[in-house]
Design a protein around this ligand. Structure first.
Ligand code: CA
Length: 425
């Protein structure tokens, strides 16, 4: 049976809502109190499977050092065939009808750890970070507010997957708290900018993809093979200081308003696991130039939600409030198009390059992937369940994003990416 077979079951049991059934098998980096070594694990149910232990037990045909190098980069650099074969081997080992690991209590005790007893780390050493701007709804909403509702989309938007080079150095793993950034902001009634903590701190709901197969300088990636260069996907929160952004973004795009931190989820869901959830790419009019024309469906059906936990409710169980529900499949430009466009100039990519989708907004108001859109730039604050209002993020607020593909009786999920905002330093 193939690893994506919906009828597969593992001896590690999972509920229908669990994000990590045997059909998923995402890769990540973990450590624990007893052993602070950063090592590669695979999520299965509420457990982490330690791949170095499996390699030492000769259950994987790779040296265990590959899994002990502190990130997924060395493993991923072995290439597409190796990721795929490793996932298939792990799937086979975890099946409920395979006694090899199931009945080896000593090995099981060493190889499995509870997820709530481990620390998850940044899954890859991030070589570079590029962020796109590929939701038509988001670009229209932002263009209306920052520029002109009559000409919300700039003339290039329907022709180019717009992107900019972000900062790889400040990409952090879920759970990392970030300080509110300070910077230049220009108040509407004053001519000169002031230097102050951002008053319009926002999140952006995005997904990210990680490069597994690089291309050489001067050798563009053809759109028809672009997805083979992608190792997998994560959830991504592109924190944004809107007041800094509005003052600085012309003419070269965002800079300090985005560079203070970008959060990603710890488990990388492979493109192989996402394959059953491939859906039709959006209709594009006007037809893109030939190097951006797709021969296959390159969109993915991924349900997404954002939860805000206000500082006033910190620590109260169930206090997070869902403020956005949307889906990745509506994105105008696909990952394949983004990658083909990124490299068409001859720009090379590296193993561990992170590419953000751009804020994912649907057409309904509850489907907007940022507070900028949800509150009309703070003009219509959200009324929270505790009676408080939010135009933008307050100190102590936490933002959590989750996402999953819905199968028949199971989910291929991403877990979550969370982050709390601390006061400005
Ligand atoms: Ca963004």
């Amino acid at each position: 049976m193939q690893p994506n077979d919906p009828t597969l079951k593992s001896f590690i049991e999972t509920s229908p809502e669990c994000h990590f059934p045997i059909q998923n098998l995402p890769f990540g980096i973990f450590s624990n109190l007893e052993d602070p070594t950063l090592r590669v694990g695979v999520a299965i149910g509420d457990q982490v499977l330690d791949l170095a232990i499996l390699a030492d037990a000769d259950l994987l045909p790779l040296p265990s050092e590959i899994f002990l190098s502190g990130s997924l980069n060395q493993f991923v650099a072995l290439g597409h065939a190796t990721w795929r074969a490793t996932r298939e081997l792990i799937s086979h080992l975890l099946r409920d009808d395979n006694p090899l690991l199931r009945d080896d209590q000593t090995l099981r005790a060493a190889a499995f750890l509870r997820q709530d007893a481990v620390t998850l780390h940044l899954p890859m050493e991030i070589a570079g970070y590029t962020d796109f701007y590929s939701s038509k709804e988001h670009a229209t909403n932002v263009g209306s507010m920052f520029r002109d509702p009559e000409n919300a989309l700039l003339p290039n938007w329907l022709h180019i997957p717009i992107g900019y080079n972000g900062r790889a150095s400040s990409v952090v793993v879920s759970g990392t708290a970030l300080h509110r950034p300070k910077g230049q902001l220009k108040l509407p009634d004053v001519d000169a900018p002031i230097f102050a903590p951002s008053r319009k701190l926002d999140f952006e709901l995005e997904t990210g993809f990680l490069i597994g197969q690089p291309n050489a300088l001067g050798e563009p990636i053809d759109i028809n093979v672009a997805e083979q260069h992608i190792f997998g996907m994560v959830l991504l929160n592109d924190w944004s200081a809107r007041d800094l952004q509005q003052w600085e973004y012309v003419p070269l795009g965002p800079f300090n308003s985005k560079s203070f931190g970008t959060s990603i989820s710890p488990w990388v869901v492979t493109m192989e696991a996402l394959e059953p959830f491939r859906v039709a790419s959006p209709v594009q009019q006007p037809t893109p130039l030939p190097y951006l024309q797709q021969q296959t469906d390159n969109a993915y059906d991924i349900a997404l939600e954002v939860t805000l936990t206000p500082i006033e409710d910190e620590g109260k169980p169930g206090s997070g409030q869902t403020i956005c529900k949307t889906n990745f499949k509506a994105m105008y430009w696909t990952m394949a198009q983004q990658l083909a466009h990124h490299t068409v100039s001859g720009c090379n990519t590296k193993v561990g390059d992170l590419m953000g989708s751009g804020t994912i907004s649907g057409s309904a108001s509850g489907a907007f992937g940022s507070l900028l859109e949800l509150t009309r730039n703070g003009q219509k604050p959200l009324i929270l369940a505790n009676g408080m209002q939010r135009g933008f993020i307050q100190d102590g607020d936490a933002i959590s994003m989750t996402g999953w593909c819905q199968g028949d009786g199971y989910r291929v999920g991403f877990g979550q990416v969370t982050g709390k905002i601390l006061p400005a330093r």
